[in-house]
Design a protein around this ligand. Structure first.
Ligand code: HEC
Length: 124
């Protein structure tokens, strides 16, 4: 890699980091903990370190939005739905995603904190 590329990459990395920490500063303590929990439990790999989505749906704008499921029905992404989606990933499948979400061993407190984070990402 040449020097320009290295400089560019470092600039992008630095920008990415400062953007991420800026955002964390605006989160409530519980939501920030939820974000950290999602990052340390593999959720971020598919849903993005900042909830921006990837292989899985984005968390940004998810809370209380309409979700279309594979059976064609529409559900509202309220707290019950989020809780079920996290604790029983196969219970309701969102349409349009080929990957399958793996199960996890989060306890209720961890699920609550991740839901707090998702709620705060509702209005970007
Ligand atoms: C291997 C990728 C992958 C990982 C890891 C993963 N998910 Fe998912 N997740 C998905 C996919 C794909 C969907 C959409 C299909 C479905 O409904 O299962 C999804 C759906 C969801 C939904 C419903 C989203 C919506 O748009 O309605 C929530 C909430 C969620 N995941 C939370 C989590 C949490 C919390 C973790 C970490 C414990 C996690 N996921 C880990 C891939 C992943």
């Amino acid at each position: 890699m040449n020097r320009v590329a290295v400089a560019l990459l470092s600039a992008i990395l630095l920008l990415g980091c400062s953007a991420a920490s800026d955002e964390a500063n605006t989160l409530s303590p519980e939501a920030a903990e939820g974000q950290a929990t999602a990052r340390s439990n593999g959720c971020a790999a598919c849903h993005g370190a900042d909830g921006q989505g990837g292989v899985g749906p984005a968390f940004v704008g998810l809370y209380l939005s309409d979700r279309e499921l594979v059976d064609g029905s529409i559900v509202v992404a309220d707290r019950d739905y989020l809780y079920e989606s996290i604790t029983q990933p196969a219970a309701k499948l969102v349409a349009g995603y080929r990957g399958r979400m793996p199960s996890n061993n989060l306890d209720d407190a961890q699920v609550e904190s991740i839901m707090a984070w998702i709620e705060e990402l509702a209005a970007p």
